[in-house]
Design a protein around this ligand. Structure first.
Ligand code: ARG
Length: 570
């Protein structure tokens, strides 16, 4: 049985040394006032949100309405939500944080933060470091299952999205002091290996294989598939090979390991270029745990016989979840159930996040439901331990169809990264950088900016939508006109303070685009500030330099969380 961890208890244990998000700090002040205002409802949590209309203030407390609903008709002296709001405002403790308050609508209390407090808090961040702004999340350990390509098949753009999105989610959780296990759930088990191994033996009867001999694994895969489909005798041998492999025959295990290793080397090159770190625990790792896991589910009476297969029926779904195939073999779902069991019980993860294309939503929904029925996960969506499927849309080409290269193959990741770098380098050369910089600087910048552009172009979209891949747009730095606003310093300062809650929201909703939007706004606000306010040589030089420094710190952190390498010399 899985021990349930309640979010509140983890919350208390998590990173005590953090000051918490701006919203939380405001909540602390309101907590005091709420308790005084309506003592009989002393455990009501403050509802704090940014003001929808900036002219009202920065944040608002929205408790008056719900409090009124609770106390109405129970002998209260209040005459409606507005007086409740007024009392909440009156009872606020003295704080140097708040410059002014006002009441709007049915008792919303608007708060305007003081300039001095914003300035002081930013300065404190510079002294203590941006890590003291890390949001508090109600989990100690999370698993992000991402990238997860399939052995012997080339990584394609879908795997690129999984890699980029998963890496950013992991980075944001890590920043929030969650212990993150980055898992590469590679497809390294299954029936395709029978055919691959048999083909390998056929081509190299002496057993002398090396990377060169197999050459491009993908072509090798295609050739063996062709053989498999066209020759019944080969097909039979391939099926027998699966049995030998799964039975642990040493010769077959060795061939399997060889094929995996060649694939692994290929993936590793991509991860290195993207600056992504992952720990591989592929499907084969969980294979030994499948029988035990299925026994547990059987004990709960979840597994039924259906047309010779063993299945779990899921309410509301027409097709059941197959966990043992008709031939007695295990499949994707049985592996995922065993992996989930392992992650909950052996690795003690409280939040398990799977990053794949939306096409796999059904699969995840089904085995999550099975796990809930087995009592491994609480039925309450918001309680921990929790599983989340982070689904993303397709990458489309200019023609609105699935992104492909000229050869109509699915685009290879490596080619795409090569092209991003080449285009970026050409743009730099065009601007005369080849004469100004050393070749190493040019190379490094082309990589950082090229790969960074690929990542940003992906992450800025809400992940569930399809997005159109366009190199020209991606590398276009001339885009966008900036509108200058008044009060630029204050706006920039307040925006900086909101960093932690944006990361928190992006983590909670598993939406990296929220961080991209924040970064984009930050750049805009900084530009407005910079073009409106003279820094060097002005009377406010010191203070404005501090604001620049704070912007740099937060911006650098954003880049880091998005996995983009900043370059310092352009
Ligand atoms: N190998 C799968 C694919 O390429 C993704 C695996 C995702 N992770 C999981 N635990 N099912 O589609």
């Amino acid at each position: 049985p899985v021990k349930r961890v309640h979010s509140t208890s983890i919350m208390a244990a998590a990173n005590e040394d953090n000051i918490g998000s701006l919203k939380e700090q405001i909540a602390k002040v309101f907590e005091v006032s709420l308790r005084v205002t309506v003592p009989q409802e002393s455990d009501v949590a403050p509802l704090i949100a940014p003001c929808a209309k900036k002219e009202f203030g920065d944040y608002q407390c929205n408790n008056a309405m719900s409090l009124w609903a609770k106390i109405k008709g129970k002998g209260t002296d209040f005459k409606g939500p507005q007086p409740v709001g007024q009392a909440i405002m009156r009872n606020l403790p003295a704080s140097d944080m708040i410059e002014s308050c006002s009441i709007a609508g049915p008792g919303f209390v608007n708060v305007k933060l003081s300039r001095e407090w914003i300035a002081k808090t930013i300065q404190k961040m510079l002294t203590d470091g941006i890590d003291t702004w890390a949001p508090k999340l109600p989990v100690k350990r999370a698993i992000v299952d991402f990238s997860s390509p399939n052995i012997a098949k080339e990584m394609h753009v879908g795997h690129l999205r999984s890699t980029i999105i998963g890496d950013t989610l992991a980075r944001m959780l890590e920043y929030s002091k969650v212990d993150v296990l980055r898992r590469n759930h590679v497809g390294d088990w299954g029936t395709q290996f029978g055919m691959l191994i048999e083909f390998l033996f056929e081509k190299f009867p002496s057993g002398e294989v090396n990377d060169q001999a197999i050459g491009e694994l993908e072509l090798f895969y295609k050739a063996s598939k062709q053989r498999f489909d066209s020759d019944a005798e080969f097909k039979e041998r391939a099926q027998q090979a699966v049995v030998s492999l799964q039975g642990g025959d040493e010769k077959y295990r060795k061939a399997w390991a060889q094929i995996c290793e060649i694939s692994r080397k290929g993936y590793q090159k991509v991860y290195q270029r993207l600056g992504v770190h992952l720990e591989e625990k592929g499907e084969s790792f969980y294979n030994p745990y499948i029988p035990g896991t299925l026994d547990l589910l059987r004990e709960k009476g979840l597994i039924e016989e259906s047309e010779g297969a063993q299945v779990i029926n899921i309410q509301g779904k027409k097709i059941p979840l197959i966990v043992v195939k008709r031939d007695g073999g295990f499949n994707y779902a049985s592996t995922d159930l065993a992996a989930l069991w392992y992650r909950l019980n052996e690795e003690k993860a409280e939040w398990i996040i799977y990053v794949t294309d939306v096409g796999q939503r059904e699969h995840f929904e089904m085995f999550f439901t099975a796990a809930k029925r087995a009592g491994w996960l609480p039925s309450d969506e918001n309680a921990y331990p929790k599983t989340s499927h982070v689904g993303f849309g397709l990458v489309l080409g200019d023609d609105g169809k699935r992104f492909r290269t000229r050869s109509t193959e699915v685009v290879k990741l490596v080619d795409l990264l090569d092209e991003a770098k080449t285009r970026c380098k050409a743009a730099l050369v065009e601007r005369g950088k080849a004469a100004e910089w050393t070749p190493e600087e040019l190379e490094h910048t082309a990589e950082a900016v090229g790969y960074g552009a690929v990542k940003y172009a992906d992450l800025k979209n809400n992940r569930s939508t399809n997005y159109t891949f366009n190199f020209d747009q991606m590398l276009n730095d001339k885009e966008g006109k900036l509108i200058l606003e008044k009060d630029e310093e204050r706006k920039l300062g307040l925006h900086l303070l909101q960093f932690a809650e944006v990361v928190e929201d992006a983590c909670t909703n598993l939406l990296p685009n929220m961080l991209c939007e924040y970064l984009y706004d930050l750049s805009e606000k900084f530009t407005s500030f910079y073009s409106e306010c003279q820094v060097v040589g002005s009377a406010e030089e010191t203070s404005r330099l501090l604001l620049c420094e704070a912007t740099a710190v937060v911006m650098r952190k954003c880049f880091h969380l998005l996995g983009i390498t900043p370059v310092y010399k352009i």
